[in-house]
Design a protein around this ligand. Structure first.
Ligand code: ACO
Length: 402
């Protein structure tokens, strides 16, 4: 029998940490999480204060440059972003190559990757100015690309950005305006969208951010790195959880069926998990979930659907789970995705758009982390080791003797 431990004892010493539960792969000054306290700070500022008093583009500035902007800096940043909201006209042709029924995340992975071809003038990662241009282009164009993916999937014409709107209102405009009708963005919905964007802006070394850093560590251009991050985010254990969570709440359908789903989630022979519950780092309330819950109440009250059955199931499910020994002992609390789907659904987004909205909101976090890494002269190519469990040396056997 091959004794792996003995074999490795003879070679290099390294840690074996599947899922990187206790390995830091970088240092970073952008975001701090205290999972036990349920605390999330961006550049030192707590997320609840930012969600209450700031707005998405200001948080983008903070994440990218480390400080809150003064009025002139904010104005300049807004102008730089809005100057880049349109996408290259040839990109429309690229979209048209996709099947209409593609998942918008599939389209986004392809289109954002293709930005390296459309904007190859800002792919020189050794030029700090080009890194800056690439960052602004990504932040500015991701809402346009996500809205185009949506419009394409429902067979409607693309809507060009409206730069007189703020970032979140412009995204709603591009998704819901149609050329034959007037569309006025509801300010309460725009504020709720801005808040969703802020709450998703960065979350230190989660799977997609680590993917962006790993891809970037090889010197790949920023558009390729962000496309890699989008691909990683798509999974239901990560960004895809908001879609999976709403689908689960709808499947439960009514509060009397909740115990059946709680039982399934606790059954170790059943792969089912309560979507929107649990987090690798938070072993307490996800501070973003609290803000999201308040937002869900505001939006549903505005739309006159406070009695929305999905919200009722969500609230009751949260109440029951938080009193259940299994969830309490494993410290499984609602995460940011638990309530975001309910808000997006009430706004009129199909579930397939939930993860693209997460992706466009997280782009600033990905790009801030990428810039931090590229600007660090000590950074190395990411190259994890492995614990080999295969065969030991053996000689090749000719096919006639196998
Ligand atoms: N429902 C039921 N049981 C759960 C859940 C859940 N949602 N989450 C974790 N558990 C259980 C596991 O079965 C495991 O039990 P065991 O110790 O008896 O084996 C224990 O809790 C620990 O779970 P792990 O999977 O080891 O924890 P990990 O940190 O790897 O996973 C994750 C975190 C992926 C978020 C997990 O909690 C999960 O799958 N949640 C549902 C999906 C989800 O909501 N994802 C969104 C995450 S937030 C974000 O990406 C923005």
């Amino acid at each position: 029998v091959l004794d792996i431990r003995k074999l490795y004892a003879q070679g290099d010493v390294f840690t074996y940490d599947p899922g990187f539960t206790s390995t830091a792969a970088c240092d970073s000054a952008i975001t701090f999480i205290d999972g036990d306290k349920g605390e999330l700070l961006h550049r030192g500022y707590p997320i609840d204060q930012l969600a209450e008093q700031s707005h998405y583009l200001e948080v983008c500035y903070l994440l990218l440059y480390g400080e809150l902007p003064n009025t002139a800096q904010m104005k300049d940043f807004e102008q730089r972003v809005t100057r880049h909201t349109m996408v290259h006209e040839q990109m429309h042709n690229f979209f048209r190559g996709f099947r209409r029924d593609s998942h918008p995340m599939a389209t986004m992975v392809g289109v954002v990757g293709a930005m390296s071809a459309f904007y190859h003038d800002s792919t020189d990662i050794n030029d700090p100015w080009q890194r800056e241009v690439a960052a602004i282009r990504l932040i500015a164009k991701l809402p346009t690309i996500a809205a185009m993916a949506y419009k394409y999937s429902i067979g409607q014409p693309f809507v060009y950005p409206k730069n007189s709107h703020d970032y979140a209102a412009n995204f709603l405009h591009m998704c819901f305006a149609v050329p034959c009708e007037d569309y006025v963005v509801n300010p309460v919905l725009a504020k709720a969208m801005d808040r969703i964007m802020m709450l998703h802006a960065d979350h230190e070394q989660n799977a997609s951010t680590s993917t962006v850093r790993l891809a970037g560590s090889s010197g790949a251009n920023p558009f390729a790195c962000i496309a890699a991050g989008i691909a990683c985010l798509w999974g239901p254990a990560h960004g895809g959880a908001n879609q999976a969570c709403l689908e689960m709440l709808r499947e439960i359908g009514s509060v009397d069926r909740i115990p059946e789903y709680i039982k399934k989630a606790k059954d170790k022979d059943d792969p089912f998990r309560l979507m929107g519950f649990g987090h690798r780092v938070y072993k307490n309330f996800d501070p973003r979930a609290k803000v999201m819950k308040e937002s869900a109440d505001e939006v549903l009250a505005l739309l006159g659907v406070e009695n929305n059955p999905t919200l009722q199931v969500a609230k009751e499910l949260e109440r029951i789970a938080l009193e259940d020994d299994y969830f309490v002992s494993k410290k499984l609390y609602p995460n940011v995705d638990f309530y975001s789907g309910i808000i997006l659904d009430a706004m009129g987004f199909p579930t397939s758009m939930f993860t693209p909205i997460f992706a466009l909101s997280r782009t600033v976090g990905w790009i801030a982390q990428w810039k931090e890494m590229i600007g660090d002269p000590t950074q190395k190519i990411g190259r994890p080791r492995q614990l080999y469990t295969g065969e030991t040396f053996r000689d090749y056997v000719d096919v006639r003797h196998r």
